[in-house]
Design a binder for this molecule. Structure first.
Ligand code: 6PG
Length: 472
């Protein structure tokens, strides 16, 4: 029997599309799913001339694969991954490779790596970004874990990934669960940028009364300039989408409650855990939570009515300032996410190559943007850059936009338009670039009430003072 090069477990949209992408690139691949319907659809939908087979028997699936087997899992994160591993473990043989391509929590991945290693099996965590279309025609792929296993799947990954300037958007992200960690942070940045774009939309729409057609034009122009990115591009198109039911614009009929699957929250939790400040990602997570209080927000809007918005006098200038503010805020969102990767790489000894991270995010993934090219240049110059803001070329870019960010936030606050994301960006920037923060006072307070001690500017060591109370 002819053996297949690869196996795919989970034939939902993402799994099926990734499988077709692999097959189209000349690799034979077998798919497994318990759902017979999905297997029929799989074989019917394959490109003519490719070698694709489906089965609902795990034994048959395993027997179809050449050894060492290379099996990709595309099943929902959490219990389903453990359930598949439990079922398949005993059917596999030493040196087989299992790759989890879902959005798994990195600590689960570390546990699974260790667990499968006891059987001589290689387990890899691999982030895949780009949604359904990306999976089918070229995602950004973030593999991590066993280096030997990575090398044996590398040619396939390079073939199926998106390409930028002829280079594949995939690279080794580091040891253990590094691949899933990088994907988690990718999603945290995704949350932040989406939040910032929604605030820009609110400012232009509610603040400056721009119509959907005008919004479309603004985003089109932005996408043709330095804001060029996948998220700006799809936002541009969203403004044009008509609704079949109401006949108006679909966006106007969509309820203002945003869901989440948890990767943004994990990023925030991780940053807290590792002592990294990523306030814009935190704000984006909090903003989705706030959006869920719909009923309370309706009540509160009656209790605290807002005065009418004073539209900006010069709309053209305002649009340009909002665009500049969004650009800078996007840049600082990446900055925060990347600084978490720097710290996590040290703390967990992942050895994440930052230069490769920004390189493979340039294409295929949800946060792809022209800005990543600038970051790539910065990391090429200094692969150990701890914070993007410290690069000189980037500092020039930042300085040229910061006044627009201040003015945009000024407009928002004076008109009662919530800009959680933009405000955290500015506050982060102002704190990060301040030599003397007022935290000396916090140290004094801590020492006053709890003898927590403090350090001095003029002497080495740790000090405690018997603070004098003037309270009679
Ligand atoms: C991607 C996306 C993808 C998914 C997110 C959505 O990179 O292709 O990030 O992974 O769309 O999980 O996350 P939320 O449901 O939490 O918004």
């Amino acid at each position: 029997m002819e053996k297949y090069n690869y196996g795919m477990i989970g034939l939902g949209v993402m799994g099926r599309n990734l499988l077709y992408n692999i097959a189209d690139n000349g690799f034979s691949i077998a798919g497994f799913d318990l759902d017979k319907q999905k297997i029929t659809e799989l074989e019917e939908g394959a490109t003519a001339g490719t070698t694709v087979a489906g089965t609902d028997s795990l034994e048959e699936f395993v027997a179809k694969l050449e050894t060492p087997r290379k099996i990709i899992l595309m099943v929902p994160a959490g219990k389903p991954v453990d359930a598949v591993l439990e079922n398949i473990k005993s059917l596999l043989t030493k040196s087989d490779i299992v790759i989890d391509a879902g959005n798994s929590y990195f600590k689960d991945t570390n546990r699974r790596v260790a667990d499968l290693a006891t059987l001589g099996l290689h387990f890899m965590g691999m982030g895949v970004s780009g949604g359904e279309k990306g999976a089918r025609f070229g995602p950004s792929i973030m593999p991590g874990g066993d280096l030997e296993a990575f090398h044996s799947v590398r040619p396939m990954l390079e073939a199926i990934a998106a390409k930028v300037n002829g280079e594949s958007c995939t690279a080794y992200m580091g040891k253990d669960a590094a691949g899933h960690y990088v994907k988690m942070v990718h999603n945290g940045i995704e949350y932040a940028i989406m939040q910032l774009i929604s605030e820009a939309y609110d400012l232009l729409h509610r603040g400056a009364n721009l119509s959907k057609d005008q919004l479309y034009e603004v985003f089109k122009e932005w996408n043709n300039g330095e804001l060029n990115s996948f998220l700006i591009e799809i936002t541009r198109d969203i403004f044009q989408q008509k609704d079949e039911i109401s006949g108006g614009f679909l966006l106007d009929q969509i309820l203002d409650k945003a869901g989440s699957k948890g990767t943004g929250k994990w990023t925030s939790e991780e940053a807290l855990e590792n002592g990294v400040a990523i306030p814009t990602i935190d704000a984006a997570v909090a903003s989705r939570t706030l959006s869920s209080y719909k009923e309370e927000r309706v009540l509160a809007s009656k209790l605290y009515p807002k005065s009418e918005i004073t539209a900006p006098e010069n709309i053209e200038l305002f649009v340009q300032e909002v665009g500049d503010a969004l650009f800078l805020a996007t840049l600082i969102s990446y900055t925060q996410g990347l600084s978490l990767l720097v710290k996590a790489s040290e703390d967990y000894q992942f050895q994440i190559p930052l230069q490769d991270v920004v390189k493979i995010w340039r294409g295929g993934c949800i946060i792809r943007s022209s800005l990543l090219e600038t970051f790539y240049e910065a990391y090429t110059e200094d692969p150990n850059l701890s914070n993007i803001l410290l690069n000189e070329k980037i500092s020039e870019l930042v300085k040229s936009k910061v006044t627009s960010l201040r003015k945009t936030i000024g407009f928002a606050t004076s008109n009662g338009i919530s800009t959680l994301g933009l405000q955290t960006v500015l506050a982060y920037f102002d704190a990060y670039t301040t030599e003397n923060l007022p935290v000396n006072l916090i140290q004094a307070q801590r020492d006053y009430f709890g003898a927590h001690t403090y350090q001095r500017k003029d002497q080495e060591g740790v000090f405690h003072t018997q603070w004098e109370s003037t309270n009679q």
